[in-house]
Design a protein around this ligand. Structure first.
Ligand code: FNR
Length: 342
């Protein structure tokens, strides 16, 4: 199957999500506070993600490009929404455009639509240093995402089977690039062990891409005649992954993503110490099933919700949410008790 056909299939399966996975943020409660001492107008959504100053804690996470006119159109509209709402945006994997220059257009359109916006380039961990530089140049990107998606590749019939040398490649790219390099998962989460390995090679930005939203086991299984359904529940849930990464790498710039549904999920992630949150499937679904205007309204609504949480918790700035009182219940609590004993 051609790469571009596969990308369109991914979009179709990702937005036609049947049953939802358990979301770890439903097993986390922030404790309500009755006295707040701030004025709504004094609240700022500006967020510091390491070296990057973002005007919002939310960004559109990596999805597409390289699938011809259809993905060009999607990327154009995502870029328009990002510009309108002042949020950052990551493009989908540029590996196809690195191999076939005709595919560049569907990525470049993002920079064209949003010349001054914050844009993240995106490559796979198999990419070389030269490919990383080319992906960044293609978009004049402000940061580079490198995605880790071992399980997806293994379930994908035509996926990669050789994962040797990946950490060394990442190390070299992190050392040589002068913009932030974000290592991200795609819905299976980052464990504390993996975070430790990434820390050792100099990584300082991790997007946990946890379980709870878009599920690439299910997506790839839908494309197989004989599915590996036993892996449909595999992965580290997002809230847990943020905790695991922070536990071994407290100074890491952590991005929460994977099943983020609303501003309150975002605020919960900040309470756990995240420095930004990304949404992919939820925003794509709105764009594809509704339209650009509805997508812009939704992003504004998410900002509003996030602001309500900040107001109630007495946080004028987003970093002030970190560590606000909260509890865990259910499976999330059990997991954390075994993995992060106090
Ligand atoms: C993705 N995702 C993704 N990630 C990446 O790093 N490179 C990519 O090319 C893609 N492609 C892609 C296509 C589609 C259609 C979707 C929905 C997602 C993964 C994405 O960035 C994110 O990590 C996961 O989707 C989990 O977040 P959500 O969707 O639960 O918010």
């Amino acid at each position: 199957m051609s790469r571009s056909k596969r990308k369109l299939e991914h979009i179709r399966h990702a937005i036609s999500r049947d049953e939802l996975d358990i979301n770890s943020f439903d097993e986390m409660e922030i404790i309500h506070q009755s006295l707040t001492d701030i004025h709504w107008d004094d609240i700022s959504l500006q967020t510091q993600l390491g070296e990057l100053t973002l005007s919002s804690p939310l960004f559109v996470n990596a999805m597409t490009g390289g699938g011809g006119e259809k993905t060009e159109n999607i990327n154009r509209q995502l870029a328009m929404a990002a510009k309108e709402t002042g949020i950052a945006l990551a493009v989908g994997s540029q590996m196809s455009a690195l191999k076939d220059p005709r595919e560049k257009r569907s990525y470049e359109v993002v920079r064209e639509e949003n010349p001054n916006g914050i844009i993240f380039a995106n490559i796979g961990s198999e990419a070389t240093l030269d490919q990383a530089k080319e992906a960044v140049d293609m978009l004049k990107a402000d940061a580079l995402q490198i995605h880790l998606n071992v399980l997806q590749e293994l379930i994908m019939p035509e996926g990669d089977r050789d994962f040797t040398n990946r950490l060394q490649q990442i190390e070299q790219i992190v050392k040589e690039l002068d913009i932030p390099v974000i290592i991200k998962e795609v819905g299976f989460g980052v464990s504390m062990e993996s975070a430790r390995q990434l820390k050792e090679v100099g990584v300082s930005y991790i997007d946990v891409g946890g379980k709870g939203g878009t599920n690439f086991s299910k997506v790839e299984n839908k494309r197989r005649k004989q599915p590996f359904s036993s892996f449909n529940q595999w992965g580290v849930p997002t809230a847990i992954s943020v905790k695991e990464v922070k536990s071994v790498f407290p100074e890491c710039n952590v991005i929460a993503s994977g099943g983020m549904r609303n501003g309150l999920d975002g605020a919960k992630a900040f309470v756990l110490g995240a420095n930004a949150f990304g949404m992919a499937g939820h925003l794509l679904r709105i764009l594809m099933k509704e339209d650009l205007e509805t997508l812009v309204q939704e992003i504004n609504h998410i900002h509003h919700e996030f602001t309500i949480a900040m107001m109630v918790l007495g946080a004028k700035d987003t970093y002030m949410l970190d560590g606000k009182p909260h509890i865990f219940t259910g499976r999330t609590k059990t997991w954390l008790e075994q993995r992060l004993p106090t």
